[in-house]
Design a protein around this ligand. Structure first.
Ligand SMILES: Cc1ncc(COP(=O)(O)O)c(C=O)c1O
Length: 458
């Protein structure tokens, strides 16, 4: 008999889950104005709101927590992290930060100015925010296939090379401080970028004298997809693929809360000493001294180990297979999802699941609330609430897609939990015709309304 797949780890410490009745959950979500962000976590059974900072650390990482050197300057934990980054990624200089957006703040303070443009594959919200905050423009050059859920493409995070060159020609290289590649591309659903595409983008950068920067929050998952889907690299190790991905990249920055397998942290890594020195001024103003940035010694130690564990093939294989397992179960129950599934999350298409609910009534939020009431699952709306209002008209922008994102934390949930999630969604699917009305907004903030919005049922 073929032995079944099992995760390459077992449980040593457990965290309790609290069970409430469906009626209690229905009451609670009403009390918090149908905003899933307002729920205390002990009211959630399976929390799929994000994969960021929600993973479980290993025994070696917890050991590093005890070994953390909390010296203000010259912490040994910093040097451990620096050695890990050098070994895995090949960069000599390291600026730690408290998380990914802090790395963006420091890096862009040094290199982005008013009137610049930054082409790249669908920039993450905070990346775009930090570019626009400096009165520069982020130009999306992702391949068009990324935005069509009915088309299969193994690397939907790829850069459209023709579009990239057209943008460079239109704006001129003087206005482009760097080309940005995000791996995997979170904004289009955790979709990977092919190594051939990375290389071709780097060649374009070289041709025009523009450096390539990489946002590497999920670089290890990207390397896994390269190994599995890009024939030329099927016999390469993940470590070899990672080195190849970064070979011609000038600067990387990372939200370590993803593939770093830690709960908080980030960094910028590079080989350019002059730029590193420039970054240092901003690190000191915004984060802290150069050898800790915004991190504690213990957090840097845990990250030094987490980076190594994050590129182990067995771990990555288990992780991506778990996401794919849940996707297949949902499909078997007839639940419409975006395909192919990416590395860290899957997206349920609320427009197809609740076609009778008008988009103006926030169907993806409604689906999220129903999933919560049904089984205590917490996902996150990627739809009209998130898209917010047009700043000129003040009216809701209606995005093309209304999605409920279920992001899977790393090394936290088992296959049983995935079965539970799938059954919950199947029950919602079975009674979807009884879900007859969505929400209206009763209170909303001026910007980023989805975090604090208050809703009532129609
Ligand atoms: C691709 C990408 N870049 C940057 C960030 C920002 O990182 P952080 O949340 O650690 O500030 C995220 C967070 O989700 C991300 O997914």
């Amino acid at each position: 008999m073929k032995l079944p797949h099992i995760p390459p780890f077992k449980t040593k410490v457990v965290e309790p889950v609290y069970f409430r009745t469906k009626a209690e959950r229905a009451q609670k979500i009403k009390e918090v104005n149908y905003n899933l962000f307002n729920l205390h976590s002990d009211w959630v059974i399976i929390d799929l709101m994000t994969d960021s900072g929600t993973g479980a650390m290993s025994e070696q990482q917890w050991a590093e927590i005890m070994l953390g050197d909390e010296s203000y300057a010259g912490s040994e934990s910093y040097f451990k992290l620096k050695r890990s980054v050098k070994e895995i990624m090949g960069f000599d200089f390291l600026a730690p930060t408290h998380q990914g957006r802090a790395a963006e703040n420091i890096l862009f303070s040094a290199v982005v100015k008013d009137g610049d443009v930054v082409p790249g594959n669908a920039h993450f919200d905070t990346t775009k925010g930090h570019i626009e905050f400096r009165k520069a423009e982020a130009i999306d050059c992702t391949i068009p296939e990324a935005f069509d859920t009915s088309v299969y493409h193994p690397f939907k995070g790829n850069i459209d090379l023709e579009k990239l060159e057209a943008v460079i020609k239109e704006y001129g290289r003087e206005r482009i401080p760097f080309i940005n590649i995000t791996v995997t591309c979170n904004t289009v659903g955790g979709q990977p970028v092919a190594l051939a595409n990375i290389k071709a983008t780097c060649q374009i950068g070289q041709k025009y004298g523009i450096p390539i920067y990489m946002d590497i929050a999920r670089y290890a998952e990207n390397a896994y997809f390269i190994k599995i889907r890009e024939a030329a690299y099927k016999d390469w190790t993940i470590a070899e693929i990672v080195k190849e991905m970064f070979k011609d990249v000038r600067v990387v920055w990372m939200s370590s809360k993803k593939d770093g397998l830690v709960n908080i942290g980030g960094f910028i890594a590079l080989n350019d000493e002059a730029l590193y020195e420039k970054l240092g001024q901003f690190t000191i103003i915004y984060e802290g001294f150069l050898t800790y940035g915004g991190m504690s010694g213990r957090a840097m130690g845990a990250l030094a180990v987490g980076l190594k564990e994050g590129i182990e093939f067995d771990y990555l294989n288990d992780r991506v297979k778990q996401v794919q397992y849940l996707a297949q179960k949902l499909k078997d129950y007839g639940i419409p999802i975006q395909e192919p599934v990416g590395g860290h999350a899957l997206y349920i298409d609320a427009k197809r699941m609740l076609p009778h609910i008008p988009q103006a009534q926030y169907p993806a939020q409604l689906l999220g609330v129903e999933a919560y009431i049904e089984g205590g699952i917490r996902g996150v709306e990627i739809g009209t609430l998130l898209a917010d209002r047009d700043p000129l008209t003040g009216k809701d922008r209606l995005p093309k897609m209304e999605l409920l994102r279920l992001a899977i934390p790393r090394r936290v949930y088992s296959r049983n939990h995935m079965d539970y999630v799938a059954a919950t969604m199947a029950n919602v699917m079975a009674r979807r015709k009884e879900i007859t009305a969505g929400f209206r907004i009763t209170k909303q903030a001026a910007i980023l309304r989805h975090f604090t919005v208050e809703l009532e049922t129609i």
